[in-house]
Design a protein. Sequence first.
Length: 163
Amino acid sequence: MAKKQSDRRQEPAGSAAGSREQLIEALNGDLSREYQAIIAYVVYSQMLKGAQYMTIAKELELHAKQELDHALTIAKQIDYLGGTPTVEPKPVRVSSRAEEMLRFDLDNETDTIRNYRERVRQCEALNEFAMAEEIREILRVEQEHQIDLATALGEDVPPASKR
Ligand SMILES: [Fe+2]
Ligand SMILES: [Fe+2]
């Protein structure tokens, strides 16, 4: 039986295989990232100063509300699976420099997108197709966030295969 455990650990990182318990744990990681995003967007949207950042500051206020919707959706899925939604956000980095704040957000969105792609695969492997759909919808919004931030930083979003 111990052998089985170690076999599982040797599965490739991108493997869609996994149990419902692993999915609950992974979704709680997602929920922590959503809390982190809510806090970051609430704070950064008010800290960005200067005429050139007014448009993106408004966008970030909208992001904050969308991240709250995501947190509620993810918490609902955790509860449905029989888990307990976490109360812990991932740590939020702070900076007084506008560019650095936007960079933190962009990095977090890229990390979030990578995680949700994996989550869609995990849900489908467990035949949780409706849940996979919910997560795809979140993923679509996160990709918009990523584009908003990259645009504000004057960068292109790399193709999905390179992220
Ligand atoms: Fe989100
Ligand atoms: Fe986002």
